[in-house]
Design a protein around this ligand. Structure first.
Ligand code: SF4
Length: 347
């Protein structure tokens, strides 16, 4: 066992987290759901979502048989919705190709939508006790600092080095504990800014601590400022207070979620309404701009609200359009800005 793994395991026994909801009854299904949720989200945020999700979809079969709208409804507010769509797709693969039995080999696991090498390693280590390394964001940070690996971890050479360190330190015994321990150490002590080196079990052998280079590691990617995309949301409200939403295509941003219609500029509201067999009957109200940041760009949303009535000849495809009533909400997936605006406009 390496010095690092020995120290980390000792620390885990005393200070690690042993009562996370996915740690009790760590079935492959529960570990998989938690690992996907934790990919871009912190533990404290994930816990209530995980509990609710598992309550609704208690097995891979239940998840596979659920409507995607219901899955995205349960995912609403957690962000990075491709993760929810991939869980649903992967559940269907497990049911159709593996007769509902969760795969237990790295080759099969990494074929599932949304499962990369680190997630597959975590499932094998935590649920099956198999010796596979993991390299999620927390572990990358610990190893980049401990071994002073410079360079952005997204770079393939840097990643190769980090994987070889991860492989080396993964012990032959207590695999599940070590996997949880190294993730916990990264999440609670070796955090991005102001790591708690003074109470870290690795302090006396950590390269970054010796060189006081913690703040520079892991190296950040050099980026240009994110471009800004301007859009207008049309919050079209019926006289009974319901709001018109449409279902976004399954791919791309907010894929499969329900959203306000987007229009090019406020002068087009009237013609947009005409094209959709609606008539604007009230003033157009412009709300303050709302900004939402994605990985590659920022969205500056100008919400425009008005009351509309449907023409008699209006026939809206119910698979694409929906009058959403906030007092009796449909069970569908909504992005954060849409949830926020629905709340604002209902007050
Ligand atoms: S000593 Fe500091 S930088 Fe090194 S692993 Fe521990 S917390 Fe991270």
């Amino acid at each position: 066992m390496s010095y690092l793994s020995e120290r980390v395991l000792k620390w885990f026994d005393q200070h690690g987290r042993h009562d996370l909801p996915w740690q009790c009854n760590p079935s492959p299904y529960r570990v998989w759901v938690s690992e996907i949720m934790l990919q871009q989200t912190q533990v404290t945020t994930v816990i209530p979502f995980f509990k609710r999700f598992i309550q609704h979809f208690e097995s891979v079969d239940t998840l596979a048989n659920a409507e995607i709208d219901e899955v995205l409804h349960q995912w609403s507010g957690l962000g990075y919705y491709a993760r929810g769509r991939n869980l649903h797709r992967a559940a269907n693969v497990i049911v159709s190709e593996y007769a509902g039995q969760f795969p237990n080999s790295i080759e099969d696991l990494i074929k599932l939508p949304g499962v990369g090498r680190s997630t597959a390693g975590a499932i094998l280590a935590l649920a099956y006790g198999q010796r596979y390394p993991i390299l999620d964001g927390n572990v990358k940070r610990v190893l980049a600092r401990y071994h002073e690996v410079y360079g952005w971890p997204g770079n393939s050479d840097v990643l190769r080095q980090l994987w070889s360190h991860a492989e080396y330190h993964t012990p032959h015994k207590r695999i599940a504990d070590y996997t949880q321990a190294i993730m916990d150490l990264g999440a609670t002590l070796c955090v991005r800014s102001k790591p708690s080196c003074n109470i870290c079990p690795l302090q006396n052998s950590c390269g970054a601590y010796a060189a006081q280079s913690q703040a520079q590691l892991p190296s950040r990617r050099k980026r240009n400022p994110l471009p800004i995309k301007n859009i207008y949301f049309l919050i079209a409200r019926a006289e009974n207070g319901s709001t018109l939403l449409y279902k976004r295509p399954p791919h791309g941003i907010w894929g499969g979620l329900w959203s306000f219609p987007e229009i090019n500029a406020n002068k087009n509201v009237e013609s947009w309404c005409q094209d959709h067999n609606l008539r604007q009957v009230g003033e157009l109200l412009q709300h303050p701009v709302l900004t939402h940041t994605f990985t590659h760009f920022r969205l500056a949303i100008t919400p425009l609200e008005c009351v509309v009535v449907e023409d008699e000849r209006s026939v809206m495809d119910p698979d694409r359009w929906l009058w959403y009533n906030i007092d009796n909400p449909a069970r569908i997936g909504l992005s954060k800005p849409v949830q926020q605006l629905l709340r604002i406009c209902s007050n």
